[in-house]
Design a protein around this ligand. Sequence first.
Ligand SMILES: O=C(O)C(=O)c1ccccc1S
Ligand SMILES: [Mn+2]
Length: 261
Amino acid sequence: MTSTVLTQFMAELLSGKIRMVDLTETLTPDFPTIVLPPEFGQAWPFRIEEISRYDERGPAWYWNNFSMSEHTGTHFDAPVHWITGKDQPNNCVDTIPLDAFIAEACVIDCSRESEDNPDFLLTIDFVKQWEAQHGEIPARCWVFMRTDWSKREKRTEYLNQKEDGAHSPGPNADVVPWLIKERDVHGFGTESVGTDAGQAQHLDPPFPCHYFMHGNNRYGLQCMANLDQLPPKGAVIFSAPLKIRSGSGSPLRVLALTPSS
Ligand SMILES: O=C(O)C(=O)c1ccccc1S
Ligand SMILES: [Mn+2]
């Protein structure tokens, strides 16, 4: 990218011809984390504690300590997160190549289907119908599954926990390897608490998005918001995780740049 292109880019950004969309949920202690079976370790929820606020603990400054999991809130999944990705090269958040943090996105709208069926699974046929309308998914693109799950009430409907676990949409076990093999996708993104469906433990293989995406050195984004504000194609996504040594993922701010309509 020459300096004139960068200058032109900034001019279009400042003029509003390029719009920025925040795809990130706000981190609060109430934001839900994934619930695994009780015999497994669990993700810490976001916790924050004031150190000082212009007072005797620090007269001129306000700051906090906080704690959370690598997989709390809107976050990035690195290939090392899943056992199938454990031997992939540069598979941790601190070693993933920088150019992986900027990529185009295709947004597949499954919001109506997910409203009708919380266990909706994205299929190859559904993707092909989308491509018939919007053209083929270009190589090295994010595929975002828009379900409007981010609009759900966070304390109840978002995790949608029932006695047999969570019920939320995701990809089926065939579409993930197909997206990798046939469309060379960059990674998969969702609005729900995981890149896999709530009942993905019953798919074959279990958790197919984690299994295949990370097993092929691809990435995940989850707990995203505002996918309804993106065009089906053409948005550019900035998603740089924290540089945690050997990290399996990290909370991050996900930004989209899109042409102003
Ligand atoms: O990557 C995640 O946050 C996630 O969804 C997950 C984490 C750990 C175990 C299973 C899953 S399915
Ligand atoms: Mn994760």
